[in-house]
Ligand binder design. Sequence first.
Ligand SMILES: *Cc1c(COP(=O)(O)O)cnc(C)c1O
Length: 380
Amino acid sequence: MKRVEMKSRKTINVTQPFLPPFEEYVEEISSLWQTKWLTNMGEKHNKLTDSICDYLGVENASLFTNGHTALEMILEALELSGEVITTPYTFPSTVNAIIRSGLSPVFCDIDPVSWVIDATKIEDLITDKTCAIVGVHVYGQNCDVVKIEELAKKYNLKVVYDAAHAFGAKLANSGIGIFGDASMFSFHATKVFHTVEGGAITYRDKNIGEKLSMIRNFGYNMDGQINLPGGNGKMSEFHAAMGICNLKYIDSVIQKRKSLYNLYDSLLSGCKGIQLQFLSNHLTPNYSYFPVLFHSDKYERVRDNIAEELEREGFNTRKYFYPIANDYGYMICSMEYTQQRETPIAAKVADSILCLPIFPELLQQSVEEICSIILSVLKS
Ligand SMILES: *Cc1c(COP(=O)(O)O)cnc(C)c1O
């Protein structure tokens, strides 16, 4: 009976983009019909750049067509070559960007409770070829930025954070984008804050900003000279306008996520077979995901069983991140890209992780249903 009722209901996705009121977006873009200035660092682009700096509490930010392009462009701007120590437990973008920039990823295992790169294991991986550390603030949880800074100073390495998940998160009351040489934020539709497609780099050194501006716009400098073989990473006015509208709602978006997050937490934490992500004490989270690790003595593939059961009941989940980068098809097929290293903790987490639905319009009742399905599978 229950199953029939549920079947007739629409599937609930693991995420659903926030959209501002339609009229507000139309109002925001209407001036573009007068100015006819649709891209190339126009009024909306510049306004959003300033608002992003304010909101993130950073001195410098540059906007891009998407987060991935931004990451490739900052790696280029930092003039890196050689090996980059990074985490295999991430979205393919991170490691692909490293490889597409002609660099070699060296995988460092992750911390078993916070699931970010284990900073205590980085030093052993540093060689005379190492040029940078790329950490990922996984699900918005911060890397050990203090330890990583220490290592970077000691060995003269650059530090870039993939902060795609971390928009609005704070560390010891500072915006998370102030750490390292630069941080990349993704403004993809599925992220906490979005411009449909888009991204930003926040960075410490103003000179990096000039370089980034050239790389993002075919290599043009201020005088119209082509100073380097740049690409195209410019954010359009329509995308920037979406960002301007969405930024007005960011606090309420995070607040709604927080209450759903806390509801999941109260229903699941401490239950047998369930491990939730450890969040550091100094972090003010942005509640961007609700990841759960499932363990079971009885089922070999309990995570997959739970995902299938939730799917049957109309709830989408995501094995995010699975597989780890060591196991990407192109890594397995070729030794060219990386020296294969075992990262057993990352492998185990990827095999047991499931991200549950969380987005501002998700109903509390759905969270309760999801949790009761999970608990009944674990008990059966
Ligand atoms: C989304 C994401 C990216 C890529 O960002 P896009 O804006 O989609 O290009 C990179 N890294 C991580 C960890 C992400 O989640």
